[in-house]
Design a protein around this ligand. Structure first.
Ligand SMILES: Cc1cc2nc3c(=O)[nH]c(=O)nc-3n(C[C@H](O)[C@H](O)[C@H](O)COP(=O)(O)OP(=O)(O)OC[C@H]3O[C@@H](n4cnc5c(N)ncnc54)[C@H](O)[C@@H]3O)c2cc1C
Ligand code: SF4
Ligand code: SF4
Ligand code: SF4
Length: 614
């Protein structure tokens, strides 16, 4: 491992024993902090603590002059430890580590203290805020002498990518990677590429034929020299980690046999898409009447190449009245909807169905002007660019809208007069609670989207999933297309309900993130991983069982635990669990943590200690 000179531009010449020379820099944050915290007083209080040789404040530590002041102070006062007390480390820890490195100091001899989000933004009382800020910084002063001059980890990345799932997202991701010169292995569990789009006729918001969009994409993928497509293929096994994944896939052969292959890849993009919610027997009369169908059935019916040749009919009988119902299997309520086998309800919005419905409703009125169209909803959420136009259009072409109370949804039942197959009723909130009832020869349910059963995939790659069962990104804003485990990317609706625009945007983002990694050839990771002390390890295997990332294995020969550098995310669980205290985590060793905790409890060291530096 070595410090990446291009990132930090500094060596790490610290070594041997020397007295800590600590610099403390307290930020005003333009008043964000100093309006509440008496930063001058805090800096003065820190200046008399053991080891502190320089303590000051600055209006904006993150500004260029602020950073320069750190660099100058390191040189002028020969600092070997730096503390900045400012905003959240999420925002500027890296900024300050880089400033420290530019001055020739190892960037991990820096400590960031958050006195904005943790103090000035949450405490009104100025005296209390000032005392808390001082206590937090004094804890850092106690801790920093024990910091070690760590180095980034460099993990090499294999040059190929594995994309799992051949819907529009997987195809887009595969093509974007291949166009960048990366070899791509694309697996699809069915016998065709295209995913859900193969089942759609025209799509919102552009009203293009789905086949006009997906067919060229499929052809380009199939003919691209960098892409290997494996149809009828499932995942069987996986070993390795970022940069060096080995995935065993199994392809069903036409003769019923199986072909097993191992795919070696540096990165993996998951694009297995979504399932459509299957209504319960009797839900809006579904299953009890053939006249209750889903949006996909309607798409097939409207397609001139479909089973009815483009005619709206149920069992050969022409449809005169169509009623749409929104939010079927989405935005469910615990007191109304029965949970599924896993005990969960789908309480989220499926995001595609409102526009899908108003688009289909407007299309029916235009293409079949004799057909009456009714729309029953609790809300209309046509949020995307051009989506609201379909809502307006549907109103203009005569679709009638009714709004029900989510706690008293619309009711579908056989027509007591027998004039139409069914009737749909609700108390309409748009007309101050008028009881409405419309005839329906066909009821189209706006079925929501829900996560597929991804048990194998989740087990193989240790993916996190959200409470909505979809795969969960590492951070919704900062790492929106990555899983928490490095090297795994999320492409499209496997991450949550999306329309085609969103799914392809997500896939393109995943491809560019993955390509950036592969093209660089290595990944640089923070050094805060755990390490086993061979002398102390008794081989009890407690750590193997608690590691959430399967990063620990057993060295059978030595009878001890071994931690994989590539897999360890530095969560610290094993260090806390080891009964023999045989695991230490870089950046959080016992001395660092204990000195910090003691200082937080008010136990302040009186004497300076000599500590190993480097
Ligand atoms: C009724 C309906 C109407 C819609 N209308 C529109 C519309 O008009 N406009 C619009 O923008 N969006 C629309 N959508 C949404 C659109 O279908 C999705 O946004 C899009 O299909 C998402 O693409 P995807 O690639 O993420 O997932 P999918 O299309 O679901 O593709 C996933 C692929 O992965 C494969 N797969 C699954 N598991 C595995 C595995 N373990 N290994 C390998 N392969 C696997 C699947 O077979 C599939 O081919 C509609 C959706 C529905 C249900
Ligand atoms: S998009 Fe509309 S129909 Fe679909 S779940 Fe959301 S609110 Fe309901
Ligand atoms: S828990 Fe500690 S002692 Fe037990 S195997 Fe792991 S490192 Fe060794
Ligand atoms: S720090 Fe966390 S990820 Fe790393 S080996 Fe320990 S338990 Fe596993």
């Amino acid at each position: 491992m070595s410090i990446n000179e291009s990132t930090f531009g500094a060596g790490n010449g610290e070594s041997g024993m020397e007295k800590p020379r600590i610099g403390v820099f307290v930020c005003h944050c333009g008043g964000n902090i100093s309006d509440v915290v008496d930063v001058k007083r805090v800096a003065e209080e820190m200046s008399v603590l053991p080891g502190v040789v320089h303590s000051t404040t600055h209006m904006f530590m993150c500004s260029d002059p602020g950073q320069t002041s750190i660099e100058e102070a390191i040189k002028e006062h020969n600092l070997n430890r730096v503390i900045v007390a400012a905003c959240s480390p999420t925002l500027h820890e890296l900024t300050f580590r880089r400033a420290v490195a530019r001055a020739g100091l190892n960037p991990y001899l820096f400590e960031h203290v958050n006195i904005r989000e943790h103090v000035s933004w949450v405490i009104e009382d100025k005296e209390a805020a000032t005392r808390k800020a001082a206590r937090l910084i004094s804890a850092a002063v106690s801790r920093v002498p024990y910091l070690e001059a760590l180095e980034k980890r460099h993990i090499p990345i294999h040059g190929a990518a594995l994309v799992i799932g051949g819907g529009v997202a997987g195809l887009t991701c595969a093509l974007d990677l291949a166009r960048r010169g990366i070899e791509v292995h694309l697996t699809e569990s069915t016998d065709v590429l295209g995913g859900r789009m193969l089942e759609l006729y025209t799509v919102f918001p552009t009203n293009e034929k789905a086949s006009d969009l997906i067919d060229p994409l499929i052809k380009e993928v199939q003919s691209h020299p960098n892409i290997h497509v494996y149809l009828n293929t499932q995942l069987r096994d996986s070993t390795g980690a970022i940069g060096d994944f080995h995935t065993t896939i199994v392809t069903k052969k036409p003769d019923g046999g199986e072909e097993e292959r191992e795919i070696h890849s540096g990165v993996i993009a998951i694009a297995v898409g979504v399932d459509v919610y299957q209504p319960r027997e009797g839900e809006y009369y579904f299953g009890k009447s053939p006249a209750v169908v889903g949006l996909l059935d309607l798409q097939a019916m409207m397609n001139p190449d479909g089973p009815t040749g483009g005619k709206l009919e149920i069992n050969g009988k022409p449809v005169k009245n169509v009623a749409f119902i929104h939010c079927v299997g989405s935005r469910q309520w615990p007191d109304i909807h029965e949970p599924q086998a896993d005990g969960k309800i789908n309480d989220y919005c499926s995001r595609y169905c409102c526009t899908g419905i108003v688009h289909a409703a407007a299309e029916i009125r235009e293409k079949y002007p004799d057909v009456n169209v009714y729309d029953f909803h609790e809300d209309i959420r046509t949020y995307g660019r051009g989506h609201e136009d379909w809502y307006t259009k549907a109103s203009e072409v005569g679709v009638l809208f009714f709004r029900f109370d989510p706690h008293k949804p619309a009711v579908v039942e056989p027509d007591p007069k027998g004039e139409s197959a069914l009737v749909v009723k609700c108390k309409d909130r748009l007309t101050n609670g008028l009881e409405v009832e419309v005839p329906a020869d066909m009821v189209v349910l706006g079925n929501g989207l829900q996560a597929r059963d991804m048990t194998t995939l989740i087990d193989l790659y240790r993916c996190s999933r959200g409470s909505d069962r979809f795969l969960l990104e590492a951070h919704p804003k900062l790492r929106p297309v990555e899983l928490a485990s490095f090297g795994l990317f999320l492409a499209g609706s496997v991450q949550g309900p999306m329309d085609i625009t969103e799914a392809t945007a997500g896939a393109a983002a995943a491809a560019s993130k993955a390509a950036a990694l592969v093209k660089r050839g290595f990944i640089e990771l923070d050094p805060f991983i755990a390490k086993v002390n061979e002398e102390l390890c008794t081989g009890c295997q407690t750590c193997l069982n608690v590691c959430p990332f399967d990063a620990i294995s057993r060295d059978e020969e030595k009878g001890i635990a071994v931690i994989s550098e590539a897999l360890c995310t530095g969560c610290g669980t094993c260090a806390a669990a080891c009964p023999s205290n045989a695991i230490q985590q870089f950046g959080f060793n016992d001395a660092e943590v204990m000195s910090e905790v003691l200082a937080l409890l008010g136990v302040v060291k009186k004497e300076e200690e000599e500590v190993p530096v480097g």
